[in-house]
Design a protein around this ligand. Sequence first.
Ligand code: NDP
Length: 241
Amino acid sequence: MNATESKVVLVTGASSGIGQATARHLAAMGHRVVAGARRTDRLAALAAECDGAVNGVELDVASLDSVHAFVAHAMARYGRVDVLVNNAGVMPLSPIADLRVHEWDQMIDVNLRGTLYGIAAVLPGMRARGSGHIVNISSVSGHRVDPTAAVYSATKFAVRALSEGLRQENDDIRVTVVSPGFTHSELTHQGGAPDARSAARAATERLAIPAAAIAEAIAFAVAQPPNVDVNELVVRPTAQR
Ligand code: NDP
């Protein structure tokens, strides 16, 4: 890949699962990746594995200051941001009647507010340059609602809605929504009602596709020319209903 094809790509939630696989895959393709998450030990291991193509930076997407600092780090190092992958997410599942309000807030803060904060931090620079690409990770749960996933689905429907608005308002900036189905990651490892968590974990163990499959879908959208905007990709296990 030559210097003009190599992009500066920021990936949130890159310490595990889909974000980690995406950072790894895009770096292997020749892009320069800035990987953010709270577990910096994981980011350091990823950076070491990717031999300088991945730069790990501590990031809490629920904090606007932290998101601005993440983008500022990329700007200081590379002078621009070509692609932002808003991937960080949490999924503590539970019935609404359980009233796990703190976990509702966490999903809104990370999945929805975090995505908006990422957009806020990169959009002015992209508009000034007249180019850029924002990839937002929604979910199959952003297309359908199931019991115990109402609030999670609400955040993921919202990600699709704001992505469509962002797309319509910008002629020069590409906007892609990637909606994974069951994918191997740490998403079901913590939080939520124990029954709901074990059901989601069992379904994941039975059906899930590798995180690299989602990374490849993201890479496909990134690889298109500036006038081609892949808007929506749903990628799920063949056997998922
Ligand atoms: P993981 O739990 O493996 O990864 C989630 C990532 O988000 C971690 O790197 C975690 O890093 C990061 N994260 C969580 N909270 C924050 C925060 N406050 N600030 C910064 N980073 C944060 O799950 P997945 O890889 O599966 O999840 C990635 C995305 O894919 C999510 O948006 C999820 O909703 C979506 N998705 C996943 C599906 C699946 O089946 N796996 C299906 C559909 C959608 P750290 O804790 O170190 O901060």
